[in-house]
Design a protein. Structure first.
Length: 426
């Protein structure tokens, strides 16, 4: 009784102490998740560092938390990869990976659980195949849409550079996954929009074939598809435009500080950094949903014959992009590697503040081995900035030397050593 009461009191005091924007994972358990056979890890708020050799299982820990927040892995091509090679089918049931996290939030504690089942009829273990997922929130079976957004994370990883140098689809995926974490309506419209585009493309191909045989088109059916496309797409465009505007404002000043061009004495930094939304058609200044919908509809009429000729949907958010500009030059083409890295870091740091503003909760930050790539100035800046902006920061590294003086580090952070899928407090 006494201990129970004490537990409740400690929790309450902690809640008051962290007051606004509390969010941290206090427990992570894994079973047959990649190279972890079993793990039960208690975590604290503040800074936690996981140190370990290559291939020991550091990224896997952050991946697990990212998955619990978004239901998707940031790196796996297929969910099948997530189930440990060594997991075995039992009693006729397929082998599975299980991950669960208990997360403290302003709205109260949440328990998220994901089961990834190995596809028994699929290809050999280790190859791509389809796996099925089961999700529970607070012990009750749910759909992924019910879990996404309950836990907020921002992941920094070396692959973020692909956001600048990679294809537009990566930048769209970034916008979709970031916006879906904070906006349920966005997530629903995004899922519906993807279905409409696929079906509309099928319709366009079908019409093209019929035209080839000299029979002409279902104009009415086209109008129905257009209504659906515009209904879902206009909201996506509006939110992407807004988000990029907000991220741009935050990122520009962070970029200034990162490049060291701005001192605290200059309140309005201008380093010429800009994130520029590049929608698939000219919005002509439209910002509200109705105006955007009208522009979208007009554009669909303009491209109608082209779409029928080519058999694909040519306008809409599935063709959007955005660019990273410095001094009016697109740095995917003109930037040095260092410039590109700084720009993407500015965007990621901006994302943290943006997410906090959108949800009222400060997201959990996951930094996967990114400090080794930065010079000392940027490394210190990133460490200071992330600690000031989150209740919990989880960092992986191969080498603790990146964090400076070891004695101070031990006072500041909780340290773990990761080795062959085990995690030990050091
Ligand atoms: N399904 C799986 N079953 C078993 N092991 C797996 C599975 N998928 C990946 N692994 C292994 O898990 C190990 C851990 O990978 P992880 O990416 O977490 O390592 P890391 O510590 O981040 O390494 P690095 O420092 O190189 O980034 C790797 O050895 C990888 O081969
Ligand atoms: Mg790694």
């Amino acid at each position: 009784m006494y201990y129970k009461l004490r537990g409740v009191l400690v929790k309450e005091i902690r809640r008051l102490w962290y007051n606004f924007g509390l969010m941290y994972c206090q427990r992570l358990t894994l079973k047959d998740f990649r190279n972890y056979r079993r793990l039960d890890l208690s975590l604290s708020p503040g800074l936690t560092i996981f140190q370990g050799e290559n291939a020991s299982g550091k990224t896997t820990l952050l991946e697990a938390l990212y998955l619990l927040a978004t239901t998707k892995s940031p790196r796996a091509g297929s969910d099948q990869e997530l189930v440990s090679f060594e997991a075995e089918a039992e009693f006729g049931a397929p082998a599975f990976a299980r991950l669960a996290g208990t997360v403290e939030r302003q709205d109260g504690e949440i328990e998220a659980e994901i089961l990834v089942l190995r596809d028994q009829t699929g290809p050999e273990v280790g190859q791509a195949g389809t796996a099925r997922k089961r999700i529970k929130v607070n012990g009750t079976p749910r759909r992924s849409i019910d879990l996404i957004g309950k836990i907020n994370v921002v992941l920094f990883s070396p692959e973020d550079l692909d956001l600048i140098i990679g294809s537009p689809s990566l930048r769209r995926r970034y916008l979709d996954s970031t916006l879906s974490q904070v906006d349920h309506r966005y997530l629903r419209h995004w899922q519906d929009y993807a279905k409409v585009v696929a079906q509309r493309n099928g319709f366009l191909r079908n019409v093209r074939e019929r035209q080839g045989r000299g029979r002409v088109t279902g104009r009415d059916e086209m109008s129905i598809w257009n209504v659906e496309l515009v209904k879902n797409g206009a909201y996506l465009i509006k939110r992407r435009q807004e988000a990029l505007q907000n991220l741009n404002n935050l990122a520009a000043s962070l970029h200034g500080q990162l490049t060291g061009l701005v001192s605290a004495l200059i309140p309005e930094p201008n380093t010429g950094f800009e994130l520029v939304y590049q929608p698939s058609f000219d919005l002509q200044g439209a910002t509200d949903e109705t105006e955007i919908a009208a522009r979208f509809e007009a554009r669909l009429n303009e491209v109608r014959s082209q779409e029928l000729q080519r058999g694909v949907s040519l306008a809409g958010p599935h063709r959007d992009d955005f660019a990273f500009m410095v001094e009016d030059a697109n740095i995917s083409t003109y930037g040095s590697r260092g410039q590109q890295r700084t720009a993407v870091l500015a965007l990621k740091l901006a994302e943290v503040g943006w997410m906090h503003a959108q949800t009222g909760d400060r997201p959990i930050l996951l930094l996967d081995d990114i400090l080794s790539e930065l010079d000392a100035h940027r490394r210190q800046y990133v460490l200071d900035t992330v600690q000031a902006r989150a209740e919990q920061v989880l960092i992986t590294t191969t080498d603790l030397a990146f964090f400076g003086d070891q004695a101070t580090l031990r006072e500041l952070a909780t340290l773990y050593e990761v080795e062959f899928g085990t995690v030990k407090r050091v």
